[in-house]
Every structure is written in structure tokens, then in C-alpha cells.
Write a protein that binds this ligand. Structure first.
Ligand code: CTP
Length: 412
């Protein structure tokens, strides 16, 4: 038995009156059986004649998003839930890539056949809402218990190259192993260069899940390597064994330090992974992963992190002008845990100076120059720049001291 939000019963009862049978499927069932909460629920509707009819019925319950229409999916935002309703369907490969499928929907396909299009047996378990029973024709619950990831149908699995990365990130997230057959199949898909068929956003999404949702992302990284996927992420091939081993330990440490901000977390993880790449390799690695404009400069900034150079307050402030000190501390802790005491002391000092997350705040402003009788001009910016340099050199610590410094600079 699984538990789903009670409020769904209002919708389910309405569908029942229309002789439509809802079956909850996919990730929600998997996560429930693993004891994990989820707000995304996929529901297959058996006995429904068309998606248009479903939309007509569901629109009284909330906002319908029609984006998935061509995929035979109707999205409903209901309370805080994200519901995806679909008709049982089969998928036939018609062109390359991860979306090249012809979809045929059937009102009364049997569940076992409809589940054949799903990737892994643990994602192919259904829960029949009316009869309160599991539908598990591909033995997904057994796979869950044994912590093994296995494909549902070899023929349809290979039709979607994204599944290579899904296999890796699921094993990493849930600490599962791949069945021997799945490992061999994914390896074959990799060697046929199927990763190249994927749009980078999809690669990035799966990488994100691997790096941010795994207790030990090293599990997924090792799998990628063992599957031969470094032919795609070729920059890793340049790392010697010692650096590679250190990187694996470092990403697992970083996984314990993640913040609430996904982008920051990705910057830290990608910064760690690419720290030992040469600059050009780093750029090509990141550009192949994502179109996100801010990602590359943020990761490159981490290159500046050298806390050994930040022993004095001045050098620490200089570093804070170039990069975020807290990120440097995390990166350093991950890479050189033997020096943890030193990095934590630096972190404390940066906190005291209020520069852990941002560069030092300027103590002198244009209004101070005006107060001294100067007329606003283009020279202001140069004066303020010099003042900021002097502040970082420790020549003054308060606005009052800054004003005195300025007077001396200007009039003596
Ligand atoms: N699915 C699939 N092949 C894919 C993508 C999805 O077979 N390439 C199926 C799986 O049955 C999956 C369901 O569609 O469970 C929903 O997919 P999605 O929402 O992308 O992922 P989840 O499995 O829910 O996992 P996550 O927790 O990562 O969102």
C-alpha cells in the first residue's frame, strides 16, 4: 500500500464516475516505496477516450498546462501538487535523439504493455487507486528491495540515450547497482556515441541530479568512467589517478556541505570537478554541459581560490574582491581536509571582517568627497578607487578614519 495525498480522491472519484481508472505510476511510486516524499505525481488514466476530454474534466480542479499535449500528457497544478495525467500509450522510435518518438495512445491498453515504454523496472510499478493494489508486472518492487537497477525492455531502452545518464544518476542517488545486463547495454550505447545525440540541457539536468541529490556523487562518477562515458566527458581522461581519487573524495565531502541554492551548489561541484583541468578544457567542459551564462564565470572565479595566499587581512580582502571566500573555504576543505583547522580559522576571520560572502564594503563614498568641498566630476571614480585600495591595504578601518585619510591625501 502506498499513501497519496487525500485531496486527490476528489479527482479520482470524479474520474470513477466517468468509468476512468487512475493508476499512479513512475517516480512517485518508486519514491514512496523508498520512503521519500514527492510532489510530482504521474497518473495514467485507463478507459479515457481522449486527452481533450480529460482536460475538460480536470479544469474544474485547477490550472491546466497544455505543454505536454504532443506527448499525450496533461498537467494539472492542484494544491501544492504537480500532477501529470496521461493516457496509456506506446512509443515508436522515428528519429534520433531523446525526443524522436511517435506516440500512440490507447484507452484500454493493458498495464504491462503500457509499462514497456518505461526505463527501469523500479519506475514501472503502478498503484491502482480504485482497488488499492500494486500493478508490478516487471517486478520493480523486487528490484527495489535488492537495490538493483534493471531495464524494463531492452528494445525500447536503447531508443532513448538519456537513459544512460538516468541509469547513472539513479544508481548514484539511491546507492543502487546496475544489473549486469543493464551495465553492458549502457556501455554499448555509450560506445555507439549515443550521448552525443542529447541536447546539453538534458545532460545538465541529469548531471545536476547526480551531483546534488546523491549522498556520494562519486558512485555516479565512477559509473560514468566504467561505462566509458569519459569518451564524452573527455576532459577527465587528462587527470592522473591521484588527482582523480582526490576529486572523488572531494565531491563526496562537498555533497555534505550543499547550500539551499542550486546554482551555487552546481558552481561548487563543477568547480571541484574541473579544478585540475587546463583553462581551455575547463571552458569546453562547462560549455558542453550548459548554456547558463553565469555558470562559466562563476566556476572560473573559483580558480582564484588559494587560501594559502590569504594569511593577512589585506590578502584575505583582496581575495574577497575576486571570489566568494565561503566557496573557497568549502572547496579547500573538500580538497585538503588535513588543513581543515587552518581553513576554519580563515572562515572565522572572514566572517568577522564581514567578507565571507561578499567583497569588502567601501568605507568612503561620493558624498564624503562632496562634504569635503569637492565638486562632482569624472575624477571622483579614480579618487574612490584609490580610497578602496587604501582601505584594503588597511590604511583605515572606519568612515571617520577614511575621511581623515582623504583629507591628508588631498590637501597635504
Ligand atoms: N521515463 C522513462 N524514460 C525517460 C524519462 C522518464 O521511462 N527517459 C518514465 C519513468 O517511468 C519515470 C517517469 O517517466 O519514472 C517520470 O519521469 P521523470 O519525471 O522524468 O523522472 P522520475 O522518474 O520521476 O525521477 P526524478 O525523481 O528524477 O524526477
Amino acid at each position: 500500500m502506498i499513501h497519496y495525498p487525500n485531496t486527490l480522491d476528489i479527482i479520482f472519484n470524479r474520474l470513477k464516475k466517468l468509468h476512468i481508472r487512475p493508476i499512479i505510476v513512475g517516480g512517485y511510486i518508486r519514491d514512496s516505496l523508498l520512503g521519500k516524499e514527492s510532489k510530482d505525481i504521474d497518473i495514467e488514466l485507463y478507459g479515457a477516450t481522449s486527452l481533450e476530454h480529460i482536460e475538460e474534466v480536470l479544469k474544474e480542479f485547477g490550472k491546466i498546462i497544455t505543454v505536454g499535449k504532443s506527448f499525450g500528457v496533461c498537467k494539472l497544478l492542484y494544491d501544492d501538487l504537480d500532477l501529470d495525467f496521461s493516457l496509456p500509450r506506446t512509443e515508436t522510435k522515428v528519429s534520433t535523439g531523446h525526443r524522436g518518438f511517435k506516440i500512440s495512445t490507447f484507452a484500454n491498453l493493458d498495464f504491462k504493455t503500457a509499462a514497456l515504454r518505461r526505463d527501469f523496472t523500479l519506475n514501472a510499478i503502478g498503484f491502482d487507486v480504485e482497488n488499492k493494489i500494486f500493478l508490478d508486472p516487471h517486478n520493480g518492487r523486487e528490484a527495489l528491495e535488492k537495490k538493483v537497477l534493471h531495464y524494463v525492455d531492452k528494445k525500447s531502452f536503447v531508443e532513448d540515450p538519456l537513459r544512460i545518464l538516468r541509469a547513472v544518476q539513479f544508481c548514484s542517488r539511491f546507492d543502487f547497482s546496475m544489473s549486469k545486463e543493464l551495465f553492458v547495454l549502457c556501455g554499448e550505447m555509450v560506445s555507439q556515441n549515443m550521448l552525443q545525440e542529447l541536447p546539453k540541457e538534458r545532460i545538465y539536468e541529469e548531471t545536476k541530479k547526480l551531483l546534488l541529490q546523491s549522498k556520494k556523487p562519486s558512485v555516479g562518477l565512477l559509473l560514468l568512467k566504467n561505462l566509458g562515458a569519459f569518451s564524452y566527458f573527455k576532459e577527465f581522461l587528462s587527470l592522473d589517478e591521484e588527482v582523480w581519487q582526490k576529486t572523488l573524495l572531494a565531491v563526496d565531502f562537498m555533497a555534505t556541505q550543499l547550500t539551499n541554492d542550486t546554482r551555487t551548489n552546481m558552481v561548487l561541484m563543477l568547480g571541484l570537478l574541473s579544478l585540475s583541468f587546463e583553462k581551455n578544457a575547463k571552458i569546453s567542459f562547462l560549455e558542453r554541459l550548459s548554456n547558463e551564462k553565469k555558470l562559466l564565470p562563476c566556476v572560473l572565479k573559483l580558480q582564484e581560490c588559494d587560501l594559502q595566499q590569504a594569511m593577512s587581512d589585506t590578502s584575505l580582502m583582496r581575495l574577497a574582491c575576486k571570489t566568494t571566500l565561503q566557496h573557497c573555504v568549502l572547496l579547500s576543505l573538500a580538497l585538503y581536509p588535513q588543513n581543515a583547522a587552518m581553513y576554519l580559522a580563515i572562515q572565522k576571520r572572514a566572517q568577522k571582517l564581514k567578507i565571507l560572502y561578499k567583497e569588502p564594503k567601501a568605507l568612503l563614498h561620493g558624498k564624503d568627497l562632496i562634504a569635503l568641498g569637492l565638486k562632482p566630476s569624472v575624477e571622483f571614480s579614480q579618487i574612490l578607487k584609490n580610497a578602496y585600495e587604501a582601505q584594503i591595504d588597511g590604511k583605515f578601518k572606519t568612515n571617520k578614519e577614511a575621511q581623515l585619510w582623504l583629507k591628508r591625501e588631498l590637501f597635504s
